[in-house]
Design a protein around this ligand. Structure first.
Ligand SMILES: CC(C)(COP(=O)(O)OP(=O)(O)OC[C@H]1O[C@@H](n2cnc3c(N)ncnc32)[C@H](O)[C@@H]1OP(=O)(O)O)[C@@H](O)C(=O)NCCC(=O)NCCS
Length: 158
């Protein structure tokens, strides 16, 4: 498919637009300070997608230290996808897949050896998307979300 969008790193001027996409697309919302903190600490993995010069999607991640899976022993650096969304009018253009690929490439700058995220067990679009870019379900967290829904943890070795 012909790509109709471009990706670039988040800039502080993008904050209100990204916060709006977050509110429109997801029940998990955050303060402006939370977004800016992740931009300041992990700018390589906070990426926006533009279509017709308008921001229509973003991915925001954090690098953490934790126990590795996939035979990666001991404590390792992991890239945690905190939030990912694409406005409804721009979905099915391959944008979220491209944002994830770009974030995984960005995670290598922080020497992350694994990517992981949580996704609602009923979020079919999300689970299919993550499978498509190579993540698999590694566990389930009961009652992870504030409304009581369970989360799948999905991961991939980088
Ligand atoms: C999930 C979301 C980010 C997907 O964005 P997108 O840009 O449309 O995704 P892509 O075009 O890259 O799709 C990649 C794959 O994801 C899967 N997918 C995407 N939307 C889907 C849907 N509505 N139903 C089932 N599978 C879907 C498909 O496997 C698709 O591959 P295909 O096009 O070859 O069939 C978007 O629907 C969204 O913002 N949803 C609300 C927020 C959200 O759920 N974020 C993730 C929270 S963990």
């Amino acid at each position: 498919m012909q790509e109709t969008f471009t990706l670039r790193k988040f800039k502080p001027d993008d904050l209100q637009k990204v916060m709006r996409i977050n509110r429109v697309c997801l029940p998990e919302n955050y303060t402006d300070m939370f977004f800016m903190d992740l931009h300041e600490r992990f700018s390589e993995t906070f990426i926006v997608a533009e279509e017709n010069r308008e921001i229509v999607g973003y991915i925001m991640c954090r690098i953490e230290v934790g126990l590795g899976s996939f035979g990666l022993g001991g404590l390792i650096r992991k890239g945690h996808v905190v939030s990912l969304a694409v406005l409804p009018k721009s979905r099915h253009h391959g944008m979220a897949s491209a944002l994830l690929e770009a974030a995984m490439a960005g995670m290598s700058n922080y020497k992350a050896k694994q990517i992981y995220l949580e996704v609602r067990v009923t979020n079919e679009a999300g689970v299919n998307l993550y499978r498509k870019v190579g993540l698999s379900i590694t566990r389930t967290i009961p009652g992870y979300y504030s409304d009581g829904e369970n989360a799948y943890v999905m991961s991939k070795k980088l």
